[in-house]
Every structure is written in structure tokens, then in C-alpha cells.
Ligand binder design. Sequence first.
Ligand code: PAF
Length: 284
Amino acid sequence: MEVIRTVAGLRERVGALKASGKTIGLVPTMGALHEGHLSLVEKARGENDAVVVSVFVNPTQFNNPDDLRTYPRTEDADRALLEKAGVDFVFIPSVEEVYPEPDTRVFALGPVAEVMEGAMRPGHFNGVAQVVSKLFSMASPTRAYFGEKDFQQIAVIRQMARLEGFDDLEIVACPIKRAADGLALSSRNVRLTPEQRAEAPGIHRVLAESVEFAKNHTLAETRSIVVEEINRLPFMEVEYFEIADPLTMRPLSSWDQEHEIPAVGCVTVYCGDVRLIDNIKYNR
Ligand code: PAF
């Protein structure tokens, strides 16, 4: 595995591969890697000739300076995991390398970026669009891989790719990886205390139970029960829970508004001061 720290170095390597007709899978990450990231790498390896993983804690997507400051940074462990996973190139740029000057671009992402995470974290999705569009230009991937834990993020990235004309690039959405007890894997989980970690699987448990509940209850009732049940768990406070159209991310008010693709219930929960995110598909 080769470690690349400059944009010029990355362009040179991927340029040579592409010139010889090879396909490239890109897995963008912010490091602090876990099994969820490794499942993206594995899928990318199976579908491409070469795999590039980027490890970059992108400052422009953090609207809370404390969150940026405390975001886990574990470069040595990340490199070891990626080497073992058979990655060809890991791209670990500095902030100055990615942003030699401030990125002032404002993307017209539209409604998909205005609800839920977009409403709670102003500027967050614009920052994601900035860095992902740069990574797409720098790595010229054939395919790019994202985890469905950040379900809305994928919809936003698809919108950015449409706006920016990344038409030949396939965006691949990969299923959420969970711990054996159901907690969605996240780099933020390491910040949970042992007591909080023991309660956190309750989020997925409540969501999973609500799929059954939804079969004979209204959407509003389903929404309320999820919020109530999660708030009942020790340490937990729901920031938002919406049942949304999986393509537009528009929150739905009744099951009648559903299309062929199942609605998705998206939740954000504060467990102490750790912000956890999860979602579930309503295959009713
Ligand atoms: O999901 C993440 O880890 C980040 O938002 C991403 C896509 C790597 C952009 O910084």
C-alpha cells in the first residue's frame, strides 16, 4: 500500500492507472476506521482494479468547533487496517493540500440538504459537497463508496454529482454495518462511556421494533412511539426523527405518500454529548 499526501502525487498515480484502462474505487473517509469502512473497502476491491481510500478530517463540514477538535484521529491504526485490507493507495492530505485557499463555493443542493441533518447542522452538507467534489476531481474514481448510516449524505452527494457533472462516476450506497448488539458502527462510538455504550444498541432496537408497529399504525403514531421509546432509554435524547422519502429526503406525513422504494426513518440521538445517527427502512 502506498501512502500519498499530495494532490499531485494522487493525480499521477490514478492518471497512470486510468491511462492503462484500469478502474478505480474511491472510499472517502475521515479516518478512525472501523468494520463499517472496511466493508466499503471490500466492496470496492471486488468491483475495481485499484482502491484509493482517503483519510481526511474535513474542517468545512464541521459546524461545531468542539466536534472538529474532539473528532478521533488515529492515523497509524488506520494505515495498518487499510494495509491489511489490501488497499492500493491511501490518500492522507493536510488541510492546506486540500484547501490551498478557502473554498467559497456554495452548492445549490436544494431541499434534499435542507431537512434533518441540513436543518440541524447549517453548512454541514455544503462542506461535505466541497470536499467530496474535490476528492472526485482529484481521484477520478470509476466508483465511489458511501455507507448508508449517513443516508441523507448519500442523497446530497448524488445531488452534488448531478450539479457538477460527475456523470460517469457511479455512487455506490452500502448497507449499515452493526455491532453484534445492533449499534450502528461509527467513529464516534469510541467516545461513549461503557455505561452509554451498553445502552446505545437500544436505538436500533426501537427502530427495528417500529417497523412491525408501522404495519398497523399511522406514520404519525410510528414517529411518536420511536421518539418516546428512545427518550425513555438512559442517557438518550432524540434530536430529530423523521420518516422520509428515500430519494428526496422530504419528511412524509402519511404512509400514502410512499413510493415503490420503502420510506426511511432517520434519527439523531444525543447519548450524553455524543451525537449518534441511525436509520431504518420501513419495508411494511
Ligand atoms: O461520511 C464521512 O465520513 C464524510 O462525511 C466524508 C464523506 C468522508 C466527507 O468528508
